[in-house]
Design a protein around this ligand. Structure first.
Ligand SMILES: *Cc1c(COP(=O)(O)O)cnc(C)c1O
Length: 396
């Protein structure tokens, strides 16, 4: 009998007891709205912003309703509007082109490399076509940020980082989200801290911070923020910045604060699982692993490998065979998007030129989630199953 896997690729860990207790406190006092405060009370949303800014070393932080909302708010706050072009990855998730569409702009897609990072040569070629880059560290792979920033600085391109998969990661010791003008994070259930839905945004630029806070729906109550620029900064913009409500509430913030305190431990646990998968798949037939740069400290909350230049039929077969044994692989090369979209050609409202180099890589990417409910033995078993099926499919 060949072994199977019975764990769930979508089952996250429970909310820690400390988070449950904090959430119950909020439910009992009833002040869920972030600006509904008792005398002397700071509120969980403002405290989360203060915690997050301190943790990541940013001057300002804002908690919002989702990661996608943080991206659209960052675009608006740096001045992107109707008809503008925005550089972004051809390999990203639907909320990224969605955020660009939300502000009436359109994407200029930049290709992907075999390291699953943005193609910096392609970026250098296209940098003159837009004033802003919305950069996704897709699936947690961080590109050479020194070179990326050099290209963008030289071309006068403002960088917004989508760190949905890199909360807790660093490049040469600099936290992900701290190279560009704005860093955006998601606290949706499948990301690194879980409040169901939610997002965060950080910046050191007081004007961007003030505009983002006004945009998020602060009703002139910006003095109740603990990680915001001084009230004078708001004077210049408060009558000219629309309220596009997307605040975070105290309940979700209460759930997140203990998780943020525990994030370093979680990162270590994710990476142990990631390394178990990597070890188990090393030199598997037909499988190319993604070598992680020394200077990248990543968060292995998902795992990718490539089946480069293999026929679609074989990859489909591999996915089906692994699926039959309980190992859920996602394939970005499938003809129709299933459950998610991460390819530039799935977003037909934002037309793109042909990108054959990118197509070659996307059609080879296999991906799986690595929830912390998996044990190290689970990861070793998953790798054995993939390895056996890859041998059956690619050596047949
Ligand atoms: C999850 C995610 C987002 C934001 O998603 P929300 O569901 O809106 O929080 C943005 N970019 C990428 C790459 C993501 O995976």
């Amino acid at each position: 009998m060949s072994e199977t896997f019975t764990g769930s690729f979508t089952q996250q860990e429970p909310i820690p007891d400390e988070g449950i207790a904090a959430a119950l406190d909020v439910l009992r006092h009833g002040r869920l709205h972030r600006y509904n405060l008792a005398p002397g009370e700071m509120g969980e949303a403002a405290l989360l912003e203060q915690d997050f800014a301190a943790w990541i070393g940013a001057d300002y932080a804002l908690a919002v309703a989702s990661g996608g909302y943080a991206l659209a708010t960052a675009l608006r706050a740096v001045g992107v509007g109707q008809g503008d072009a925005v550089l972004c990855n051809a390999f990203t998730l639907a909320p990224v082109p969605g955020a660009i569409a939300a502000v009436g702009a359109h994407p200029v897609y930049v290709g992907v490399t075999e390291a699953l990072t943005i193609d910096l040569d392609d970026l250098a070629d296209k940098a003159g076509q837009a004033d802003v880059l919305l950069l996704s560290h897709m699936r947690g792979h961080v590109c050479d940020m020194d070179r990326l920033m050099a290209i963008c600085t030289a071309a006068g391109v403002t960088v917004i980082e989508d760190c949905a998969h890199t909360m807790g990661a660093t490049w040469r010791g600099v936290p992900s989200g701290r190279h560009g003008a704005v860093g955006c994070y998601s606290t949706q259930t499948y990301k690194h801290i879980n409040s169901g839905e939610g997002g965060l945004l950080v910046t050191d630029d007081p004007d961007i911070a003030a505009r983002a806070i006004m945009l998020s729906g602060s009703y002139m109550l910006y003095d109740r923020h603990l990680a915001a620029p001084p009230p004078e900064t708001f004077e210049a913009i408060r009558y000219d910045t629309p309220n596009i409500s997307g605040r975070m509430d105290n309940l979700r913030a209460a759930i997140l604060r203990p998780q943020l305190r525990d994030l370093a431990t979680r990162v270590a646990r994710w990476n142990a699982r990631y390394r178990a998968l990597e070890t188990g798949l090393r030199d598997a037939p037909g499988v190319t692993l993604i070598e992680r740069p020394e200077v990248e400290r990543f968060v292995g909350s998902s795992f990718q490998f490539l089946a480069l230049d293999r026929p679609s039929a074989s990859i489909r077969d591999l996915v089906a065979r692994c699926g039959a044994r309980g190992v859920e692989l996602k394939w970005f090369g499938a003809a129709e998007p299933v459950g998610f979209t991460s390819r530039y050609d799935s977003w037909r409202y934002a037309p793109a030129p042909d990108m054959p180099e990118t197509d070659r890589i996307l059609s080879a990417v296999l991906d799986m989630r690595v929830p912390l409910t998996f044990s190290l033995e689970d990861c070793a078993r998953i790798a054995r199953i993939i390895r056996a099926e890859a041998a059956a499919v690619f050596q047949a």
